[in-house]
Every structure is written in C-alpha cells, then in structure tokens.
Design a protein around this ligand. Structure first.
Ligand code: ADP
Ligand code: MG
Length: 234
C-alpha cells in the first residue's frame, strides 16, 4: 500500500500553513510513524540558509531524515515562485518536483507537503499550485484559511476553483489571527452552512506548537489518517 501523502494548501500566504504542516508532522510522528515534512518550493530563502525557512522548520519536526533531501526550488527573492524562479533564469518543472517527492514518499511512513502561497499562486506563467497538487496525487488535501472577515469569500472562491480543476478539498482548517474582528467565532459555523460539502476540521487557536498538537492529531483522526497507528503519548 502506498504511504499517505497529505497536502497542506491555503487561501493565501502568512495564514498558518507552516504551523499546521509542522503540527501535523509532529502529531503523526507521536503516533510512532516515520514522517516526512516537505516544502518543494520556497521563495524568499537563501539556499545556503534553508534551515531558517519553512523547509528548516519542517525538517526539524520530521521523524524521517528529510534534511538529506534538498528541495528542488529554494528561491532567493521573496515574491511569487514563478517570478522568483524567472529572476534566477529558472522555470519550475512539475516533473522535477514529482520525481523528488516520490522516493521520499516511498521510504517514509507518511508525508506532509506544504505548498507555497495560495492554491492558485502561479508556479510558471501557465501553471499554478493546483497543477502541482494534481500531479502529486495526494491521499488528502487540507485547506488552511484565516479565521477573519473575508474568509467565507476566500474559501468559496478557492474551493469552487479547485473543483473546476478536479481537486477535492478533504477538510478546511481555520487558523486564528491576532487582530480579532466581528466575524471571529462565527466563521466555522457559517462556512459549514454555505459549504456543506467540505468539513470544517476545526479552528486552530493561537498557541505554542506543543499546545496545538492535540488539535492537529484530531485533524489526522478526522481525515481517517490515524488508522492503524498508535494513539499518541500524552
Ligand atoms: N495557530 C498559531 N499559533 C501561533 N502562531 C501562529 C499560528 N498560526 C500562525 N502563526 C504565526 O503566524 C505567522 C504566519 O504563519 P505561517 O504558518 O508561517 O503561515 P504560512 O505558512 O501560511 O505562510 C508565523 O509567524 C506563525 O508562527
Ligand atoms: Mg509557510
């Protein structure tokens, strides 16, 4: 049986995807699995200091030795991957990424992969993260969105566009923000009403990583990804 690949994407950038991804890697690892946390494309990163970025954070929580596998696209400029790559005279090739992920997925018990930016952020002039996601054939896809005013639009737009590309979102995780507005506390329930086909997996509080672990373990359970693995140590 192929080991599970869980893709974490979002409605945008700076909204908690890395916090969710590292938490999912850690929660899965506590169930005794060899887990790889990957980010194949990261912009705004000096390739010589990748440990400082999302790639480094994912590497530190992984129980599979991902640090031996250098991601194919570590791009210096802090702009969209398609532009950062072009400025370096490169073009992102989905096949290169698929071929980089395959042996890691085959060797690890489970893989969590964070996509850069939002689901429709461009990777080239013609391809977006949605094309990469499809090429990777994930077991499950989680959409992260910030728990703030405007999220209903962003989630509806993203999930509708995803469906048009043949992508099913398996669950939605709201990520708490620091600047609270009048919608906070209502968004999860309202999204469940207007988008009943996509389960809301929870609202992640603002908290240190250790305190988020039970929430992210519950996400694994809700996605049926915790079956056959030991319950985490408490
Ligand atoms: N649930 C949370 N609790 C505490 N800090 C958070 C939480 N979610 C996001 N953050 C912080 O917000 C910032 C952006 O989150 P990050 O996961 O890096 O977003 P993304 O990966 O979507 O760009 C980071 O500084 C991160 O530590
Ligand atoms: Mg990130």
């Amino acid at each position: 049986m192929t080991a599970p690949l869980l893709i974490v994407t979002g409605t945008g950038t700076g909204i908690g995807k890395t916090v969710v991804s590292t938490g999912l890697v850690a929660a899965w690892g506590r169930r005794g699995l060899s887990v790889a946390g990957l980010k194949p494309i990261e912009s705004g990163i000096d390739p010589a200091a990748a440990a400082a970025g999302d790639v480094g954070e994912l590497g530190r929580v992984s129980t599979f030795h991902v640090t031996r596998f250098t991601p194919p696209y570590l791009l210096v400029d802090p702009v969209s991957p398609h532009l950062a790559a072009r400025r370096e005279g490169r073009e992102i090739d989905l096949r290169v990424i698929v071929d980089w992920v395959a042996p890691i997925r085959a060797a690890a018990d489970a893989t969590v992969l964070e996509l850069p930016g939002g689901l429709f952020s461009p990777l080239t002039d013609t391809l977006t993260n949605a094309n990469l996601l499809t090429a990777l054939s994930p077991s499950k896809v989680v959409l992260v969105a910030p728990d703030r005013l405007g999220v209903i639009h962003d989630v509806l737009a993203t999930t509708r566009a995803a469906r048009a590309e043949g992508i099913a979102i398996d669950g939605l995780l709201l990520s708490s923000v620091t600047e609270l507005d009048g919608s906070v506390g209502t968004n999860a329930a309202e999204l469940a009403r207007v988008l009943p086909t996509v389960p809301v997996l929870g609202v992640l509080p603002r908290a240190p990583a250790a305190a988020l672990l039970p929430h992210l373990d519950a996400v694994l359970v809700a996605l049926s990804l915790a079956q056959g693995t030991a319950a985490p140590r408490t």
